[in-house]
Design a protein around this ligand. Structure first.
Ligand SMILES: C[S@@+](CC[C@H](N)C(=O)[O-])C[C@H]1O[C@@H](n2cnc3c(N)ncnc32)[C@H](O)[C@@H]1O
Length: 293
């Protein structure tokens, strides 16, 4: 009798099952409103901290320069009350408070507000932070200046944009200034053809996920509708992919000026990203500086 060598049966790993990729990935299927999960992203953003900066937000040195320029452009002096709209983890608010201003930061994502509060307390700064939407804030003539960075305003259009401008105007004292960073419609945008570009990132972590993942970013433009849309497809190593739409309503400078006027603001000037140079005709990301009438 020949003895067979004992076979060791190693349990085979279950073959990976193909992932269901049920995405609304056709161009014409885009959701015409934002689906960015601010709250969920905020938690992730806080894990993507590098020194004093956060992945996806501006580096501290740039924030520092913008803070100095904003305080000048808003014509503020220490002690004045400032409203930081969509303040995120408080990179601007904190720096302004450290210079002696009375800052209120408002953000819809509770995790960044809790984080900003804790940081301010640890640094002995008296910032006020509110976890709320700027579309439901209800201040009256409380602030000497307000600002909104990072083109967050382009996520709003139509009535929601007007609503925000009215609420900011009401929050300001007469004569106070509002600095708003936004993407303006490039010249001839409406006559252009729709476009699509794609970029794939392989990341160990990002504000989308703290595990290795791929992030496919599709940038779409819909000139006839005056829209740009970014379609984010997040494919984790394990688990189902997720997708989000980030929508940017494009406004011509004249149209934004008219909306500001309807809300009770007089546009004073358009400025480059550094808030110092007057705007150059090819720039898309610019600042509008307006005065509350
Ligand atoms: C791109 S981040 C900019 C954060 C910060 N201003 C900065 O530049 O470091 C946009 C922020 O706007 C907030 N946000 C979006 N919609 C909002 C709303 N309706 N009300 C208040 N905050 C909002 C988000 O939660 C997010 O923290």
């Amino acid at each position: 009798m020949t003895s067979e060598p004992a076979t060791t049966t190693t349990p085979r790993e279950a073959a990976p099952r193909p992932r269901a990729l049920r995405l609304r990935s056709r161009l014409e299927d885009f959701v015409p409103f934002d689906t960015i999960p601010w709250e969920q992203q905020a938690e992730q953003l806080l894990r993507c901290r590098d020194g004093d900066g956060y992945m996806g937000l501006r580096p501290p040195a740039r924030v520092e320069r913008e803070v100095a320029a904003l305080l000048e452009r808003l014509e503020l002096t220490p002690g004045d009350a400032i409203l930081d709209l969509g303040c995120g983890p408080g990179m601007y608010s904190q720096r302004m408070a450290a210079r002696g201003y009375a800052v209120t930061g408002i953000d819809i994502a509770a995790p960044v507000i809790e984080h900003a509060r804790a940081e301010a307390a640890a640094a002995g700064l008296s910032c006020r932070y509110l976890a709320a939407s700027f579309l439901s804030m209800d201040f009256t003539a409380e602030f000497d200046g307000a600002f909104l960075t990072n083109s967050t305003i382009n996520h709003l259009s139509g009535d929601r944009l007007d609503e925000l401008l009215r609420r900011v105007r009401r929050a300001l004292k007469p004569g106070a200034r509002f600095a708003c960073e936004l993407i303006i419609e490039p010249q001839g945008f409406h006559a252009q053809r729709p476009t699509e570009t794609r970029q794939l990132f392989e990341l160990p972590r990002s504000p989308w996920s703290d595990r290795p993942h791929r992030w496919l970013e599709r940038k779409l433009s819909f000139p006839a509708a005056g829209e740009r849309v970014v379609h984010h497809i997040i494919v984790p190593e394990r688990g189902a992919p997720r997708e989000y739409w980030s929508r940017f309503a494009m406004l011509a400078p004249e149209a934004f000026t008219a909306r500001l006027a309807r809300a009770g603001f007089a546009l004073e000037r358009w400025l480059e990203q550094d808030l110092r140079a007057p705007v150059n005709p090819d720039s898309e990301l610019v600042w509008a500086l307006a005065r509350a009438e």
